[in-house]
Design a protein. Structure first.
Length: 155
């Protein structure tokens, strides 16, 4: 229990310093992932509008809470012109598919089977939200969706 408290205390500080370098990353041409139906999605095709990349796993308790909250806000985010990508890291398709069906989630999930995209964005823990502006630059990297996410896209 003490170990968990220490992690919870130091993780945000560590992540803050780690994410300072994120503003130099942009969506690359070769960031292609498959969804649960096996359809390829090229993340670079979504330049021109802001995007949220939500990195998660089914076994992560915090991810489960965040993905349910993201699902509740999904329609509003889409209305605001924000692309949402839920990117599962390293889990088998069947496990992710089962999770989505059991939880009635409505958005598309992408599979980062080898962790290449999460490595590209230096994701070291889940859940992680990466907010990209219209040009594909990272404007925020957080463990929760920032309340002021709209203003971050305007920076």
């Amino acid at each position: 229990m003490l170990f968990l408290r220490k992690i919870r205390m130091f993780l945000p500080i560590f992540l803050f310093f780690l994410f300072l370098g994120f503003n130099e990353i942009a969506i690359a041409e070769d960031l292609i992932l498959k969804d649960l139906n096996g359809v390829s999605v090229n993340l670079s095709n979504h330049k021109g509008k802001p995007a949220i990349l939500f990195f998660w796993t089914t076994w992560c308790h915090f991810c489960r809470n965040e993905i349910k909250a993201l699902n509740q806000n999904y329609n509003q985010l889409e209305k605001e012109g924000i692309a949402v990508f839920a990117i599962d890291i390293g889990e088998p398709d069947y496990r992710v598919q089962k999770f989505f069906k059991e939880n009635g989630l409505s958005f598309r999930v992408l599979l980062d089977r080898e962790g290449l995209v999460s490595d590209k964005y230096n994701v070291i823990g889940v859940p992680t939200y990466i907010l990209l502006d219209q040009s594909g630059r990272v404007v925020s990297a957080e463990n929760r969706l920032p309340a002021d996410y709209k203003s971050l896209f305007l920076k």
